[in-house]
Design a protein around this ligand. Structure first.
Ligand code: BGC
Length: 772
């Protein structure tokens, strides 16, 4: 259902509840001051420069600014240099060749009539030269400052070669692990997602992306791309207003409030209107309600795809629909550049509308200082790329993002005096794949797990067996672009079985087996959706055969999504989720396995028992027969509907107690705020980190409310015996939600539960009431 801004901004009052109902309040808006300061178009001096430049520009030159072209050989027009000279291109993407970028920029600045610099974009998702953990892994750290710092390293490296804008952060909420792009975001929760979104924007952009080592961030994919039906990449999303407002939009809103310079419109149909032609989300919400002043770029070729969707009649109609919906820049398809002029001549679009579309693009170029300093200082690249601080930080980031899922009888950490280790699995020594999705040419290869273990245990006998190969059944479109994809013919079943046998024999003759199982990089991310969550290939059989030997086994998962490890969760004593940890993968895993680092990560997703449970998330509403009720003990007759591992779950080598939850009052006036505190103590014998999580539940209201919602978290480091008090705020920001019944934001006079604890089953409880 769709409403106009006018309809929704009407204030309403309902009986029994006080409703703060302005469309323009939505959680996060209280911190919007920062964004207004950061937005280039909000600065009078930049507005003035943009206006002056616009007056000098021809219609063709203006339309050129909306045109982003492939700088790679792939789908790039042969006459691109001529086009730059004529001012027909505003931006390039998909090349990280510093010489080529420099050449393009020289042509634009020196040979085009108005000397307008180009802006260069690339997918700098989790590192540029140095690779940091993938975004889902970073979210598992529950440490936004870690993510902020990682993205500031990435920005510095990318900017040094002349990249200006990154197509990140990806903030799509993902509640279905079949969807391959779950790895690119922060998981299932809007609160955690918003925190990671803000952190990434700050990391990439700094205060306002004007510094010479910063990038403009582009938050994507707006919006609800992660709700793809069946988890199939690009498939339609059907998202009611209530989930759109309460779940899918908040991380975007957080990025906008943090001053993000750009936003990418998604590919898929959202409630039957393609996201890149969707005026409701791009114009009414983004610009109308949120006052976003940056520029919107479509996902690659998405403007042209409006025809494929069956939404636009032809390319001209697509250009009309994209521009009037709120798109500024057309990534790759040239639909806008080829059709806007005739639309202006035919008076279907006014030149003023074109000016409005160009304005934020020019403003970003001014704000970055590109008119004054258009070229990268290539002589400095080497120094930036070789900064050892990035590698040191990559190791810490990898350690902090891993999640210890299971650790029976203190299997981990392993003792360093171990004499022989069987390292087994297709992912244990694969350098390129271990860098994870969104590889960038020239990236530092990952330290493999084999290398990491050898460094950690110089005196132990470490032997490696692959145990069979894994590969996609259907090749990925992206395989041609990245060297990691297998180019050889697949192994026959007999060859795989022989490899497996060798691995089992090795395990039999070793003190301990470390199995590294999971997915290759091309098995998740874009075009990486799956219909099952089983371990690919013969990895499950391999695992079962090694475990059957009855010797110590540790399972390390390297993957982009939760997988079906239900069997392992009962039979393998220690399971470490490493995700895709980046360049320092091998060292960080060895640090954790041998106790030089203590795992403190927590799951940012509910871990399913099997694909059949998806979509799965903790923050659901209750049915009339909740899980565990007498009449219908389970909603599936062959197994529980609860997750295998809960959202927020993660173990440590030490133990913690969380207690003494204190609310200063039991009645809170509407609009008021209170500080909630709780104590966390390290009750074990080694130092470690706990993520203290705060959840709330509104007991009744104008709509049914989720059983729990995360509304606060803090990762705390504690020495053995140390105790700290953690502070959380609870008030309008946390208690307001978008009510489908009231069609607006409401803070209701109702009773609330609060829990604090170490995962989404947190037990420490208190209650309060919101009163008029
Ligand atoms: C992806 C985007 C990406 C863009 C540019 C698209 O295929 O969906 O996430 O930023 O390509 O590489």
């Amino acid at each position: 259902m769709r409403f106009t801004v006018r309809e929704m901004s009407l204030s309403k009052t309902i009986v029994g509840a006080v409703v703060i109902c302005s469309l323009f309040f939505s959680p996060g808006i209280l911190s919007a001051q920062e964004s207004k300061a950061a937005s280039p178009l909000a600065r009078p001096e930049i507005r003035k420069r943009v206006d002056e430049l616009l007056k000098k520009m021809t219609l063709d030159e203006k339309i050129g600014q909306l045109n982003e072209i492939s700088g790679a050989d792939f789908m790039s027009p042969p006459n691109r240099e001529e086009m730059i000279k004529k001012g027909e291109i505003g931006s390039f993407l998909w090349t990280v060749d510093p010489q080529l970028l420099d050449k393009f920029q020289h042509i634009a600045v020196e040979q085009s009539r108005l000397h307008i610099p180009l802006i260069f974009g690339y997918d700098v998702i989790h590192g540029f030269r140095t690779v940091f953990p993938s975004p889902l892994a970073m979210a598992s750290s529950w440490d936004p400052s870690l993510e902020e710092k990682a993205q500031s390293f990435a920005a510095r490296e990318a900017r040094s070669i002349g990249i200006h804008i990154t197509w990140a952060p990806m903030v799509d909420i993902a509640r279905d692990a079949r969807w391959g792009r779950i790895i690119e975001g922060a998981g299932e929760d809007p609160y955690l997602g918003a925190a990671m979104a803000r952190a990434q924007v700050r990391g990439f952009q700094g205060a306002d992306f004007s510094e010479a080592d910063k990038l403009v961030a582009c938050v994507k994919h707006y919006v609800a791309y992660g709700a793809a039906e069946g988890g199939r990449d690009y498939d339609s999303s059907y998202v009611p207003e209530t989930s759109l407002r309460n779940v899918y939009l908040p991380p975007f809103k957080a990025a906008v409030d943090a001053g993000v310079g750009s936003l990418m419109s998604a590919y898929m149909d959202l409630n039957d209107v393609p996201a890149s032609g969707n005026r409701y989300t791009l114009h009414d919400i983004l610009r109308g309600e949120w006052k976003f002043q940056g520029f919107v770029v479509t996902d690659a070729f998405a403007a042209g795809d409006l025809v494929t969707h069956g939404y636009a009649r032809d390319a001209k109609d697509a250009a009309f629909k994209a521009l009037t919906a709120g798109v500024n820049m057309d990534m790759g398809s040239q639909t806008l550049s080829k059709n806007l002029k005739s639309l202006v001549i035919e008076k279907k679009i006014s030149e003023q509308e074109i000016d409005e579309a160009v304005r934020p693009i020019l403003a970003v170029k001014f704000q970055m200082g590109l008119f004054e300093h258009p070229y990268a200082e290539l002589s400095k690249v080497d120094r930036v790329m070789k900064d050892p601080a990035a590698r040191v930080f990559a190791r810490i980031a990898a350690q902090r993002s891993m999640v210890l899922l299971r650790n029976e009888n203190h299997t981990l950490p392993l003792k360093k005096d171990i004499s022989s280790v069987a390292l087994i699995g297709p992912l244990a020594n694969a350098p390129i794949d271990l860098n994870g999705g969104w590889g960038i040419p020239g990236q530092t290869p990952a330290v493999t797990i084999e290398e990491g273990l050898r460094q950690k245990l110089p005196n132990a006998k470490i032997a490696y067996e692959r145990g069979g190969e894994i590969r996609r059944t259907i090749k990925s479109f992206f395989d041609d672009f990245f060297p990691g994809a297998a180019k050889t013919a697949p192994l026959t079943p007999e060859q795989n079985a022989a490899e497996m046998q060798k691995a089992v024999d090795l395990a039999r003759n070793s003190d301990v087996s470390i199995l590294v199982l999971g997915e290759l990089a091309n098995m998740s991310s874009e075009a990486g959706s799956r219909s099952t969550l089983e371990l690919p290939g013969m990895q499950q059989q391999l695992l079962e055969q090694v475990v059957a030997l009855g010797k110590p086994v540790v399972l390390v998962l390297v993957n982009g999504r939760p997988l079906n490890i239900t069997w392992a969760s009962e039979h393998v004593p220690a399971i470490l989720e490493a995700w895709q940890p980046g360049t320092e993968l091998g060292n960080a895993i060895a640090d954790i396995l041998f106790g030089d680092a203590n795992p403190g990560g927590k799951l940012p997703v509910s871990w399913p028992r099997s694909a059949g449970q998806e979509p799965l998330y903790y923050s659901h509403t209750l049915t009339h027969q909740p899980e565990g009720s007498q009449m219908f003990t389970s909603r599936y007759w062959e197994g529980p509907s609860t997750p295998l591992y809960r959202f927020g779950h993660g173990l440590s080598y030490t133990t913690f107690s969380i207690s003494n939850l204190k609310l200063p009052k039991t009645e809170l006036k509407v609009g008021e705020q209170m500080e909630v505190t709780t104590d966390v103590e390290n009750t074990g014998s080694v130092a470690g980190d706990e993520v203290v999580q705060l959840y709330i539940h509104q007991r009744a209201g104008s709509t049914s409310r989720p059983v729990r919602e995360l509304k606060g978290f803090e990762r705390v480091s504690l020495k053995p015996g140390e105790k700290k008090t953690v502070h959380f705020n609870l008030g309008k920001e946390e208690l307001t939600y978008w009510s489908s019944a009231k069609r607006g934001w409401v803070e209701e006079t109702e009773e609330f539960d609060v829990w604090v604890g170490s995962d989404s089953t947190a037990k420490e409880h208190a209650a309060f009431k919101v009163v008029p």
